[in-house]
Design a protein around this ligand. Sequence first.
Ligand SMILES: NC(=O)c1ccc[n+]([C@@H]2O[C@H](COP(=O)([O-])OP(=O)(O)OC[C@H]3O[C@@H](n4cnc5c(N)ncnc54)[C@H](O)[C@@H]3O)[C@@H](O)[C@H]2O)c1
Length: 355
Amino acid sequence: MSEEKKVCIVGSGNWGSVIAKIVGNNVTASANFHNRVPMYVYEEMINGEKLTEIINTKHENVKYLPGFKLPENVVAVPDIVEAAKDADILVFVVPHQFVGGLCKQLNGKLKPGALAVSLIKGLDISDKGLDLISNVIRKALGIECAVLMGANIAPEVARENYCEATIGCRDREMGRLLKEVFEAPYFRIVVVNDEQTVELCGALKNIVAVGAGFVDGLKYGDNTKAAVIRLGLMEMVKFCEEFFQSNVSGYRADEFMRICGMGDVVVTCYRGRNRLLAEAFVESGKTIEELEAEMLNGQKLQGPPTAAEVYTMLEQKGLTEKFPMFTAVHKICTGEKTPQAFIDCLKNHPEHMMS
Ligand SMILES: NC(=O)c1ccc[n+]([C@@H]2O[C@H](COP(=O)([O-])OP(=O)(O)OC[C@H]3O[C@@H](n4cnc5c(N)ncnc54)[C@H](O)[C@@H]3O)[C@@H](O)[C@H]2O)c1
C-alpha cells in the first residue's frame, strides 16, 4: 500500500480557511491521505486570545471565516516551518505579497519530493521583471507547483453553493492527486495542462474587477460593465501573448473560456472585495489604503497591487497605450487620474479602432 500523503495549508485568510474546510473533509474521506491537516496561521491576538488557540479549540477562524466550523483535523500552527514539515503537498493560499517571505523560511526545510499548488491570485515583480507566483515558489523551493483558480468567492464556497475551479498542472498524475485533494460535490474541478494561462487569468482578472467597481461607483450600469468585462478580457489575452509564451500550443484560447477565465472575470466584476472597494473609492473619495483598513478587517486587496506590478512592466516596455484599461486602473488607484478617466479609456479603447 502506498504511503498516506500529508497535506499542509499555507495560509488561513478567507479563502485559505474555506480551502482548509474542504481539504480537511476530503482527507478524512480518502485512504490516500493522512488525516491531520496542519494550517499555517499568521498569529494575531483576537480580544486577548491567540487566533491559533481559538481555531484549535472552537474550530472556527473567527476573524477570517466567522460562522463556519472547520473540521477538527485541521490544526492551526503559527510556525510555518513546523506546519510544513513532513508535508507531501503544500497548498499556498496567502496574499501574494507574503509568499516570498514564507518561501525564504521554508527553503531547505521541506520533505524531499514535496509538491506545491498555488491558489494565490497575483504576480511578482522584481528587478528581474514580472513573474508568476508559482514560479516564485518553484524557484525558491525547488519543487513542482501547480495552480488552482476559479470563480470562487470564498463565502459562497463556504456555504457549499455549487461552483467550479480549474487546476493547471503539467503532470497528469499530480493533477489527478490534486483533484482528489480539492474536489467536492459542490466544488467541481477540471484539470488542464496550461498552468501558466490558468494562473495569469486568476491574477489579471482582479485588475478588471477594480475597473468594474469604478463603473458601479460612477453609476454607469450593466451595459458599461459588460463592456468592461469584454475589453478587460481582451487586455488579459493580449497581456499573456505579450509577456508569457504559452507552454502548451493551441490550448490558450480555451483557458480564457473556462471558469478560471471568463467565469472568474464575470464573478469578480459583480461580487468580491476588489469591485466593492473600487466602488467605495469612487463614492467616498478616500484612498485605497484607507478603505482597505476600514472595510476589509485584515483581508488584503489584490487588484491595485497587481495593477501597479503590471503597469511597471507596461511602462518599461513602452506598452501603456496598448493596455489602456490596465493603465487607467493603476493611475486612478494612485490618484494620478480621476475615476471619470476610466470611462474615457473605454470610449477610446484601441479595440474600437480595429473595426
Ligand atoms: N477570498 C476569496 O474569495 C478568494 C478566492 C479565490 C482566491 N483568493 C486568493 O487567495 C489568496 C489568499 O486570500 P485569502 O482570502 O485567503 O486571504 P485574506 O485576504 O482573507 O487574509 C489575509 C491573510 O494574510 C495573513 N497575513 C497578514 N499578514 C501576514 C504576513 N506578514 N505574513 C503572512 N500572512 C499574513 C492574515 O493572517 C490572513 O490570513 C489571495 O491571493 C487571494 O487573491 C481569494
